[in-house]
Design a binder for this molecule. Sequence first.
Ligand code: ADP
Length: 273
Amino acid sequence: MGDIVGEIKDAKTIVIKVGTSTITHNNGTINFYVVEKLVRVLSDLRNEDKNVAMVTSGAIGVGCSRMGLHKKPDSLPEKQALAAIGQVNLMHIYSKLLNEYGQIASQILLTKDVIEDEQRKLNAINTFSTLFRYGSIPIVNENDTVATEEIEFGDNDTLSAVVAVLIKADLLILLSDIDGLYDKNPKHHSDARLIPIVRGVTRQIEEYSQNTDNSFGTGGMITKLAAARICNSHGIPMIIANGDDPYNICRIMAGELVGTLFIPNGGKNGEEE
Ligand code: ADP
């Protein structure tokens, strides 16, 4: 245990993913209280000379709120158009706030071909490393406006794990609207127990996850466990923590056990603790 805590404290390259439910209110408008704190924490990590990439959801939700829609439409062109509107709004806010803390935001929009095509993969790796050399904070999202089923990641949990592998991150933190992985969905079961450490995503662990019913979010715990598998199989620890308090990131970096920690190399039959 001591080793992994030390590894996390010393992590040089960190990917932080924020879910829609963390950065927006239920009606899709931006939660400035959270976003401002988040930006402050990211800026501090940069000041400590860490490489930080943030994967952010929320574009479609923000697009809906800009257009006065109360629910995500079903048609693909509408969703892609709303993503285009929301993405620019989201980036405006991140960039403006990061600027206030002397940081340089950059935007990277990806589709799955970035891992399927060797040249594109290499280009993406080189772009990330150059941005880190510039001291910029890349803000990553799926390229929702052009993604079709064949080339989309489908959810940002998977995307953030892919980015963590691509840039050889030392840690992936998924910030969600929940404290971590529970043994059942705590939104529906008051007796649900938080699982602090997971060594290996076993079938039992998978049974704990049920999909979410948020109106703007996608994914739930199933995609977070998929992300844990990807990370852990590449030796990268992953943490799910509550994004309502972005200072949880500081606690994690100080070596506190916050949320659920997925430890790599737990073996095929890894167990919960
Ligand atoms: P985000 O937008 O942060 O990615 P999601 O809504 O996709 O968040 O996923 C988090 C949600 O997953 C929780 O709010 C909860 O409703 C649901 N969930 C389902 N099963 C579990 C579980 N076993 N432990 C924790 N959350 C769970």
